[in-house]
Design a protein around this ligand. Structure first.
Ligand code: SF4
Length: 224
């Protein structure tokens, strides 16, 4: 009987800005058994870990997992396993060829972590915003805070107490499809758009993506 081959799981990196503006990178894999992302260190300490693989040609890292064999991997629903990995698609939509710079809000409101929640509420209501990026003193994204955060923790005094610190960012030349994939994968509704130095240059929301999709199919949607 031929032993089943362990599946290779792609390592992905999440870059997070802390409150002090420092960028930290977290290398993780999606663990099918735990149904959660785990750090590579955690994965390597697991009894099911069968080795690590570096694909120099494609600059990709993988871990091998005995729990998830290649055969089983084929039948696993592709939801969380596809970290912005695309299968071959002969007829890519125009979303794949449309950069975020065309649909993002370039006149973007940002807040600092020490802003009062009262002032934040005033900004969100006054400007009819669902949420804004939180930036450090250099204008780099350190979080996102939304009106839902205000409702969730009404007694909080400062933005730092309610903001989401794990920020997903995209460059402005990322595609609309990539933004849609990240939103669907991570269940986020808005993503800060950043320059090479990570300063916020815009924000793209799920509403922007939906409006673009409707316009691409001929529907007349006014711009806000
Ligand atoms: S080796 Fe362990 S922690 Fe890593 S993916 Fe497999 S079951 Fe999960």
């Amino acid at each position: 009987m031929i032993a089943e081959e362990p599946a290779r799981l792609r390592v992905h990196t999440r870059r997070v800005f802390g409150g002090d503006g420092e960028l930290t990178s977290i290398n993780e894999v999606y663990c099918h058994r735990r149904r959660a992302c785990v750090t590579v260190e955690t994965c390597e300490a697991c009894p099911e870990h069968a080795g690590s693989v570096v694909d120099l040609a494609h600059e990709r890292n993988f871990v091998s997992c005995r729990e998830l064999t290649t055969e089983r991997a084929r039948s696993v629903e592709p939801t969380r396993r596809t970290v912005l990995r695309r299968r071959f698609c002969a007829s890519a939509t125009s979303g794949e060829h449309t950069p975020l710079s065309e649909i993002m809000t370039a006149d973007v409101f940002c807040v600092r972590a020490d802003l009062s929640t009262a002032a934040l509420a005033q900004l969100l209501v006054g400007r009819q915003l669902g949420g804004v990026p939180v930036v450090d003193e250099a204008g780099r994204a350190i979080g996102v805070v939304s009106s839902a955060d205000l409702v969730r923790l009404p007694a909080a005094g400062q933005v730092a107490e309610i903001m989401t610190r794990l920020v997903f960012t995209l460059p402005d030349n990322a595609s609309v499809s990539q933004a849609a994939a990240l939103m669907a994968l991570e269940h986020v509704h808005r993503i800060p758009v950043v320059a090479d130095d990570d300063r916020v240059v815009g924000i793209v929301s799920s509403s922007d993506v939906l409006a673009w999709l409707a316009r691409a199919d001929g529907y007349v949607i006014g711009r806000r």
